[in-house]
Design a protein around this ligand. Structure first.
Ligand code: BGP
Length: 469
């Protein structure tokens, strides 16, 4: 059967400021939490930025955006996902006035995208918080963050109201439960952080997200504003009903975030969880009203699925997937242990659609792998990345299956369309791109860009609107 995607399907790629811009202290940018996290999610943080932090230079998109956008245009991108570095706009987060040079940089990027007819899809907060807000307020644990975020979103919504239509409020908002510092700017050590403070921080982010929807629609009613969640479908390890209930509970922890964003109220299962765990969420006056400003669409990342079980003996600590869970014995994993499950993407699309009947946007998916730069027969440097092509092709076929199932899918932006620094490990050797960047974890490399085999594969997919899959 011909694989036809809907007309106007938004094909493209995704990035995040701290993983590719570099220029960490240029043109008035303040420090962000990422600038002191040289080892990624699990590693220790440093007092000041250190040279081993690959993110300080990234892949130098800050100075090379024109060249990179030209390459995206050559692939035929309809949309490009990027994030704004909050600390470029408000260097300390609590400043009165924004930094004009930071605002100007994104003007330039959006203008360059417009030249090629590429729609920007902007993540307002992607795994970075101005360091000052983290240290002084303990990040989102403090209610004050809502007003600083509000100030920031008002500034960027107003400035870019005619340049950007698609917005995401927080990257993988549910990841704060696992990575409180990088996801939520929470400076308190994860081991010492109470559940009370953690879920209060979640509440503040949820209110801030809804507030962004409200303000955005006031500033430009045509804005399309979505939430962004990390999706990881969970399967029962066995047919034992205890395992099924364990899955239900694990999924609730993720659905909590999209349920509030789409339905505008806290779900009953979460109220029960709070009661059972003696957590009392402080709602300020007006919070309930603000939460009713629900999103226009739901976006999510998808890399892997996982299993769950009620049997403690089956829980293999440290194995399987990044968010915990139990490895699925039927699936293979990537070199970083992320289990590869293309059908899980069809499943999760159907799950979201059945639950919400709201448009869905896959804003991250891809394979992190070690690439080898070689010469083709014409002497051009390239990467023969059939493993990546196979991974992406298999997943996109499942997106098409979901569309056939009746799911409304707005678009697909594969993660790290140009090689960039990994979020979890802070390495450059874990590559996702269609474009190879000559930069290595020891800091060497020319920063030259080279087209991989997958570059031409994706170009064809976009040109045929999926028929070549
Ligand atoms: C998501 C993040 C991204 C990203 C991606 C791949 O969780 O939103 O920022 O990097 O995962 O993960 P990694 O870079 O660790 O391979």
């Amino acid at each position: 059967m011909t694989k036809r995607f809907p007309d106007g399907f938004l094909w493209g790629g995704a990035t995040a400021a701290n993983q590719f811009e570099g220029a960490y202290n240029e043109d008035g940018k303040g420090l962000s939490t990422q600038d002191v996290a040289p080892k990624g999610i699990k590693g220790p943080i440093t007092e000041v930025p250190t040279e081993d932090n690959m993110k300080l230079v990234g892949i130098d998109f800050y100075h090379r955006y024109k060249e990179d956008i030209k390459l995206f245009a050559e692939m035929g991108f309809k949309v490009f996902r990027l994030s704004i570095a909050w600390s470029r706009i408000f260097p300390n987060g609590d400043d009165q006035a924004p930094n004009e040079a930071g605002l100007k940089f994104y003007d330039n990027v959006f203008d360059e995208l417009a030249k090629y007819g590429i729609e920007p899809l902007v993540t307002i907060s992607h795994y970075e918080t101005p360091l000052n807000l983290s240290k002084k307020y303990d990040g989102w644990v403090s209610r004050d963050l809502i007003k600083f975020y509000e100030n920031y979103v008002r500034t960027i919504f107003t400035r870019y109201k005619n340049k950007v239509k698609y917005w995401l409020t927080f990257n993988e908002i549910n990841s704060v439960l696992h990575a409180p510092f990088l996801s939520g700017g929470i400076y308190t050590d994860k081991e010492k952080l109470s559940k009370q403070d953690l879920y209060q921080a979640v509440h503040h982010e949820l209110v801030a997200s809804a507030l962004a929807v409200k303000i955005g629609h006031e500033i430009n009613p045509d804005f399309q504003i979505g939430c962004m969640v990390l999706s990881m479908p969970t399967y029962p390890l066995t047919p034992n009903p205890d395992d099924v209930i364990a899955v239900m509970k694990a999924e609730h922890m993720n659905y909590f975030f999209s349920d509030v964003h789409v339905r505008g109220v806290y779900p009953g299962y979460m109220k029960r969880y709070f009661r059972d765990n003696h957590i009392e969420i402080q709602f300020a006056e007006g919070d309930e009203e603000i939460l009713k400003h629900t999103v226009d669409f739901i976006s999510f990342s998808y890399y892997m699925s996982s299993c769950e079980t009620a049997d403690p003996a089956q829980k293999v600590a440290g194995k399987g997937n990044i968010m915990g869970g139990v490895p699925n014995p039927t699936l293979k994993a990537s070199e970083w242990g992320w289990q590869i499950d293309p059908q899980g993407l069809r499943y999760v699309l159907n799950q979201f659609w059945d639950r919400y009947q709201k448009p869905l946007f896959i804003v991250e998916n891809g394979l992190g792998a070690v690439d080898e730069l070689v010469e083709d027969e014409d002497g051009n440097k390239t990467v023969i990345d059939d493993y990546r092509i196979n991974y992406l092709n298999d997943h996109l076929v499942q997106v098409w299956e979901a569309i056939e199932d009746g799911v409304e899918v707005m678009g697909y932006t594969s993660w790290g369309c140009i090689d960039l620094v990994s979020a979890s490990t802070a390495e450059l050797k874990k590559r996702y791109g269609y474009i190879y960047v000559d930069r290595h974890d020891d800091g060497t490399g020319t920063l030259e860009r080279y087209k991989k085999k997958s570059f031409y594969w994706y170009k064809e997919v976009i040109a045929t609107n999926g028929e070549s899959l």
